[in-house]
Design a protein around this ligand. Structure first.
Ligand code: SAM
Ligand code: SF4
Length: 332
């Protein structure tokens, strides 16, 4: 039995070996579903983890059995010391990956390849430049698209993250699937989720039924179900003879909580045992006082809710998710 990875286990027997670290709350885009229109309050730098603290906390998680670390944010590539953090993490002997909006990716291809990163998730919610400008409140479509094309050439595994929102980009599902005809890509359609300040409404989410209708009318029997990996959050498909694949992440309507192995560390050093949990464990403060943090980590994971951070109904329990952070300050 692998004793190490057994350490971070909750009362439901779920082993946690996947850590997502937010490197910064800052971002060069202003996606409407992630960043509140008024922005988020700037906080003093000393409230956030330094590069050394990121490495110290990440090393502790690895000692407890974490096998995979994903760097996220905000926009992780804006972290001043990103390359140094990446290099040090790559020495921990675990798989390192990154989720980025792609705006600055061209400046980091070499560093990512040198650090052995194979797996990059890039967010792109629309293939239309005008719509991109509306959704992100910034004008970077061309550079993001070019960087996606280059990344496909350079890395083994590129996933595109698309947050589906009714009336904004749900008319592009087929266009995205068609990208997989000639591009070796995994497209992931993500259900729109509620966080503080993002004006979520249930009727704006695209349901599995909406998707099934599109798949059966557009592709019929040539749409093939793929086997999903263990702990996969997405249900995956491919179109016969297309080289890429696509999947759906329906966190709310089709949750994957039963097999959840994820832990989140926010840029200000708080452990979140669930995306939707408003309870956080401060690891940075005790670390700075020289206290040990392993027991805090284990205690926090033990108390993890069985599902959705204790939210029973996203329509009725908005008082719970409104106590949660904005997505940009969690690290998706
Ligand atoms: N800036 C990077 C990016 O956009 O890829 C990393 C951070 S972002 C918070 C991580 C992922 O969360 C992105 O793929 C983004 O689309 C997704 N996301 C943000 N807000 C969301 C929401 N309300 N519902 C679903 N996914 C969301
Ligand atoms: Fe920035 Fe990513 Fe949030 Fe968009 S989704 S505002 S790119 S952190």
């Amino acid at each position: 039995m692998d004793k190490q990875s057994d350490q971070i286990t909750d009362i439901f027997g779920r082993k946690h070996d996947y850590l997502r670290i937010s490197l910064t709350d800052r971002c060069n885009l202003r996606c409407t579903y992630c960043m509140p229109e008024e922005g988020i309050a700037l906080r003093p730098k000393k409230e956030f983890m330094t590069s050394e603290e990121v490495i110290q906390i990440a090393s502790t998680f690895v000692e407890l059995g974490v096998k995979k670390i994903r760097l996220t944010g905000g926009e992780p590539l804006l972290k001043k010391d990103f390359i140094n953090i990446l290099n040090q993490l790559s020495n921990l002997g675990v798989e390192i990956s990154i989720t980025t909006n792609g705006v600055l990716l061209h400046k980091f291809f070499d560093a990512l390849l040198t650090a052995g990163v194979n797996n990059i998730n890039i967010s792109l919610d629309t293939l239309k430049q005008n719509q991109f400008n509306l959704l992100t409140r910034r004008d970077y479509f061309n550079i993001v698209y070019q960087n996606i094309e280059k990344a496909i050439e350079l890395f083994d595994e590129i996933k595109l993250n698309i947050v589906l929102i009714k009336g904004k980009n749900d008319d592009e599902i087929k266009d995205f699937i068609e990208l997989t005809k000639y591009k070796f890509l995994n497209i992931r359609f993500i259900e729109y989720m509620p966080f503080d300040g993002n004006k979520w409404r249930k009727d704006l989410t695209v349901t599995q039924q909406d998707i099934d209708t599109i798949l059966s009318s557009e592709y019929g029997v040539s749409c093939l179900k793929l086997k999903d990996e263990a702990h996969s959050t997405s249900k995956n498909f491919k179109i016969e003879n297309y080289i890429g694949s696509f999947g759906f992440i329906n966190t709310i309507t089709n949750p994957f909580c039963d097999s959840c192995n994820r832990i989140r560390l926010t840029a200000d050093g708080k452990l979140k045992n669930c995306l939707f949990s408003s309870n956080e464990m401060n690891l940075l403060e005790p670390l700075r006082k020289g206290e040990e943090i392993k027991s805090l980590i284990l205690k926090n994971i033990l108390a993890k809710h069985q599902k959705h951070g204790g939210i029973n109904s996203f329509e009725k329990d908005s008082h719970i998710y409104n106590k949660n952070r904005t997505m940009i300050a969690i690290g998706g």
